[in-house]
Design a protein around this ligand. Structure first.
Ligand code: KIV
Ligand code: ZN
Length: 390
């Protein structure tokens, strides 16, 4: 295992997040989110599933060309066609990763793949060998890992590491895991597989039992994983995936216990959350940890009194550390250009030039003449409608 104290944050909002019914995004929307993920400094952006559709292919290619600081990744099934398509989409990337997967649980192998375990083992190894022709950065996932048999997992994972997989991602595909057992399984796998320390171990958890974040942290602390796969706002199929903002802030707030660092710029979290919510139309519940509107609100008299005396009485983290502005400025017709510009930055809206900001500011003033209070949604609409008009 890697004993590093650095944890890799792998964001899959654009791939697993988009698999939420109703959350599909256009190429431009994905590009905006990818740029915000880069500002957030995630290590790996899973930009999509290249073989799934022409649209996904083009989105990955556009992201691969635009993103410079994060590794860009495409998912692919364990076959040559998918892998070649992923490699083609990733071609412009400064740093690229191919993430290939095949199911390893008895249920999935029998009922879905209709393959014998020996065939699955062979296909997994061949896929990694083929992917190595395109990049050295290969991730392999045994889908439905948490319901797979350990002896079989050992054979598959040892085999793919020998073929050159550099990251082994252990998915709890259906959110069936519970923290201690999940962490222990990963620890045992790493112990039993002779070449396990040649790969970085990763966790990928779904939230069907509301345990995705807890399972991810157990995978790290008990299992020794050093990569967490997650999404903004916990977006994802069914009940969603591990929420990036929650794991990152747990690691930071309880840093003395975890003793692990991430590269994340936490002040970009709220902008990322708002952008994903606005683009997908998935509202963030007010009491959602870290990014919910009430996450730092204090209503009861006793709490307000405590906060006024010392913020730590009822706050375990600072609102401004995750990108909330402490004294929120209400934007309206009397607001100046600086306040407007600052709000654009808070919302993660990148304007290329001062001229562009001036034009947006003029449109904002026109709107403010008609509307008493301008909300964040109005600003985003004002800017994106203009983009579409060109
Ligand atoms: O949940 C899952 O198993 C996945 C894999 C493709 C990693 O998303
Ligand atoms: Zn998943």
């Amino acid at each position: 295992m890697s004993n590093s104290d650095r944890l890799i944050i792998f964001d899959t909002t654009l791939r697993d997040g988009e698999q939420s019914p109703g959350a599909s995004m256009t190429r431009e929307e994905k590009l905006r989110i990818a740029k915000q993920l880069e500002r957030l400094r995630v290590d790996v952006i899973e930009a999509g599933f290249a073989a799934a559709s022409q649209g996904d292919f083009e989105s990955i290619r556009a992201i691969a060309a635009a993103v410079k600081d994060s590794t860009v990744c495409s998912l692919s099934r364990a076959n040559d066609r998918d892998i070649a398509r992923a490699a083609e989409a990733l071609q412009p990337a400064a740093r690229k990763r191919i993430h290939t997967f095949i199911a390893t649980s008895p249920l999935h192998m029998q009922m879905k793949l209709r393959m014998e375990p020996a065939q699955v083992l062979e296909q997994a190894k061949l896929a990694v060998r083929f992917a190595r022709n395109h990049t050295d950065d290969i991730e392999f996932s045994p889908e439905d890992g948490s319901r797979s048999e350990e002896d079989f997992l050992c054979r598959v994972l040892e085999g793919v590491i020998a073929e050159g997989a550099t990251t082994i991602n252990f998915p709890d595909t259906v959110g069936y895991a519970v923290p201690e057992l999940f962490g222990e399984t990963i620890r045992r796998l790493r112990e039993r597989i002779p070449n396990s320390d040649k790969a970085i171990w990763s966790v990928h958890c779904h939230n069907d039992l509301g345990l995705a974040v807890a399972n991810s942290l157990a995978g790290v602390m008990i299992g020794g994983a050093r990569q967490i796969e997650c999404t903004i706002n916990g977006l994802g199929e069914r009940a969603g995936n591990t929420a990036l903002e929650e794991v990152v802030m747990a690691l930071r707030t309880r840093g003395g216990y975890y003793n692990l660092t991430t590269n994340i710029d936490t002040t970009q979290i709220v902008a990322a959350s708002k952008m994903v919510s606005q683009i997908t139309g998935f509202a963030v519940q007010p009491n959602k940890a870290v990014v919910g509107a009430n996450a730092f609100a204090h209503a009861s008299g006793i709490h307000q009194d405590g906060i006024l005396k010392a913020r730590e009485t009822y706050e375990i983290m600072r609102a401004e550390d995750v990108g909330w502005t402490a004294n929120k400025i209400v934007l309206g017709k009397l607001s100046g250009r600086n306040a407007f510009k600052q709000r654009l930055q808070e919302l993660g809206i990148d304007m290329d030039s001062e001229a562009e900001i001036n034009a947006a500011f003029t449109r904002f003033k026109e709107l403010a003449d008609r509307k008493a209070e301008i909300f964040d949604e109005d600003i985003v609409a004002l800017v994106t409608d203009e983009e579409h008009a060109h």
